[in-house]
Write a protein that binds this ligand. Structure first.
Ligand code: CA
Length: 233
């Protein structure tokens, strides 16, 4: 990513300014919203790569905003900022679709390292070799910048894992990807979750979302003894 846009949602001006300054120093492009409503507008107009979201906002709770964004199929990473430990149970329990949280008081360094980790996990190591321009194949477009897959312009609902899997296959289109390489790309080296079976399950789910006939895939094919391949021609 050439530019990493972070949206800070925080109603306390002093806190927001501190964050804004620190994140700019760290090289991020920063937007600030003081209310949930402003935040939602900025998500639409500025397409941030990540939202740093305070729970207690004047017009709605951060929980509601998080839920709203997810219900619209927006997959951007959300890092929740909470003032109290008790709220952590709620964050974890409600399955809001938040990616991580930090408890106040936090250090700027901690926030930045969480942000970097989330961006890496969500968007991968995008560099000049893998530009953040949309990838096209058949009727599909993978918008890496917005974490969205569309078919003839209509969004297809993918989980973050499915998206990362598809993006990796697309970046290596017409070449077979081994299950090991997919595990590494999607779950990372140190994952306990990623194994051959998990890959197969996610591929199956992806096929039901992409293929007209998932049993005889046109796009996401199995290469015997090698793994999976995305055909784009
Ligand atoms: Ca607040």
């Amino acid at each position: 990513m050439s530019e990493q846009r972070i949206l800070i949602v925080e109603d306390e001006r002093a806190v927001a300014r501190g964050l804004e300054y620190g994140l700019r120093e760290a090289g991020f492009t920063v937007f600030w919203a003081a209310t949930g409503k402003q935040a939602y507008q900025l998500v639409l107009s500025s397409a941030p790569h990540l939202v740093l979201l305070d729970i207690r906002l004047p017009d709605m709770s951060g929980f509601d905003l998080c839920r709203q964004l997810r219900s619209e199929g927006r997959r951007l990473p959300i890092l929740i900022v909470t003032a109290r430990d008790e709220e952590v149970d709620k964050i974890l329990g409600l399955e809001l679709g938040a990616d991580d949280y930090v408890v106040k008081p936090y250090s700027l360094r901690e926030v930045i390292s969480r942000i970097r980790a989330l961006l890496r996990r969500a968007y991968g190591e995008l560099s000049a070799a893998a530009p953040d321009q949309p990838l096209h194949f058949g009727p599909f477009t993978i918008d890496v910048d917005r974490l969205q897959l569309t078919r003839d312009g209509r969004p297809i609902d993918l989980t973050p894992m499915e998206f990362r899997l598809l993006r990796h296959l697309a970046l290596h289109a017409e070449r077979p990807c081994s299950r090991d390489s997919l595990i590494e790309a999607v779950w990372g080296y140190d994952s306990d979750i990623g194994n051959d079976r998990t890959v197969d399950v996610h591929i199956r789910h992806l096929r039901t979302k992409l293929e007209d006939d998932p049993a005889t895939p046109r796009w996401l094919v199995t290469v015997r003894g090698a793994g999976y391949m995305l055909t784009v021609r």
